[in-house]
Design a protein around this ligand. Structure first.
Ligand code: NAD
Ligand code: WQD
Length: 349
């Protein structure tokens, strides 16, 4: 019998790609999302992409902090596991509105964990972030590195990681996998689902994509005096479909009864500079990206990339795609959906 997975934040960027991989992998998925940073069109498109397996998806527009609504969803279905993506994620916004972040991310998670416990579902995969390494002293970052949060958003990730570790210590029935994502980019190769940020994008690739389609005049390159190959910041970009597959691998690992609380990096292990990423995108899209070199962005780290050994050995998962495929698929999504899910209707095929 196929397994039931509750996916919080499943209408969002990483969530929608993961829900598709779940359906294609034979799981049944129930999505809970308040659509604060997403669109129900993403859900419709995932359903279409999954073809005959699309019937295994259901969606509830519910805020995680709405305990009684969540309770009803758990009462209707016995879940084998939960994948918890739902949360706010803009670093700058979290600095200006810390209470919004603590309320949404922490309270939402606590209500979810309490409801799971009440219904005897104690298997969880949680979206953590490389941000919990703060400013790492060296690279690649291994899962044993000291943890530090440098902004309220990062602190919510660190707090939730700690809550999960405490929960597993207190009750051996809990099995929790914390996935620390590096920099997710790209889109599904169909160009049918992708990242659709509200307002001006904060992250590199959504911004580059908007320059390419003429919604922004030029990319500001934050800092060109880092001690890196070309002076710009270096990150570990990972294709969102690889990341989605990492969640399927984590779900399989959850069936091992002795895992308690485990943490895995999901990255490629390769560092790419801002200028390298822009060059790869220009090549993939045939579009020129005008650049303006400006000062460093406050809070930015010089170089961050993952050690991928633990995920490779224990989850039997490894990223397959390189930056060429990431940029190809980012451009395919952007050119087909210049205004994201608000673009005119797109026909699959
Ligand atoms: P996203 O904003 O596209 O998706 C998050 C989803 O959660 C959205 O659809 C939003 O509407 C929903 N949501 C937020 N608060 C909610 C609440 N209280 N109740 C119900 N739904 C709620 O973001 P994403 O990029 O897909 O990120 C998913 C997760 O991965 C987040 O937890 C994020 O912090 C984490 N993460 C993202 C990145 C990244 O660069 N994208 C990197 C590391 C970690
Ligand atoms: C990448 C590189 C910038 C925009 C953030 C969060 C992190 C995680 C992923 C959730 C850096 C440069 C960017 C621009 C630029 N999210 N850049 N011009 O900062 O590595 O990580 O997203 O957990 O927590 O902090 O990603 O895409 O913003 O930046 O030059 O307009 O691109 O300086 O070197 P970052 P990013």
């Amino acid at each position: 019998m196929s397994k039931n997975v509750l996916v919080t934040g499943g209408a969002g960027y990483i969530g929608s790609h993961t829900v598709l991989q779940l359906l294609l992998g034979g799981y049944r998925a129930v999505v809970v999302d308040n659509l604060d940073n997403s669109s129900d069109v993403a859900i419709e498109r995932v359903e279409e992409l999954a073809a005959e397996l699309g019937g295994n998806l259901s969606f509830h527009q519910v805020d995680l902090r709405d305990r009684s609504a969540l309770e009803k969803i758990f009462a209707q279905t016995k879940f084998d596991a939960v994948i918890h993506f739902a949360g706010l994620k803009a670093v700058g916004e979290s600095v200006h509105q810390p209470l919004l972040y603590y309320d949404n991310n922490l309270i939402g998670t606590i209500v979810l964990l309490e409801t799971m416990a009440a219904h005897g579902c104690k298997n969880l995969v949680f979206s953590s972030s490389a941000t919990v390494y703060g400013w790492p002293k060296e690279v690649p970052c291994t899962e044993e590195f000291p943890l530090a949060a440098v902004n309220p958003y990062g602190r919510t990730k660190l707090f939730i990681e700690d809550i999960c570790r405490d929960l597993c210590r207190s009750d051996s029935e809990w099995n929790i996998i914390l996935l620390r994502y590096f920099n997710p980019v790209g889109a599904h190769p169909s160009g049918y689902i992708g990242e659709d940020p509200r307002g001006t994008p904060n992250n590199l690739m959504p911004f580059v994509q908007q320059v390419a389609i003429g919604r922004q005049p030029a990319l500001k390159v934050f800092g060109n005096d880092y001690s890196t190959k070309d002076g710009t910041g270096v990150r570990d970009y990972i294709h969102v479909v690889d990341l989605a597959d990492g969640h399927i691998a984590a779900l399989r690992k959850l069936s091992d009864p002795n895992i308690s609380c485990e943490v895995y990096n999901l990255g490629t292990g390769k560092g790419t500079s801002v200028l390298e990423m822009v060059a790869a995108f220009e090549k993939a899209s045939g579009q020129k990206i005008p650049l303006i070199k400006v000062g460093r962005r406050p809070g930015d780290v010089e170089v961050v990339y993952a050690s991928t050994k633990k995920a490779e050995h224990e989850l039997n998962w490894k990223a397959k795609f390189g930056i060429e495929e990431m940029c190809r698929d980012q451009w395919n999504w952007a050119s087909k959906n210049p205004y994201g899910y608000r673009s005119p209707n797109l026909n699959l095929n």
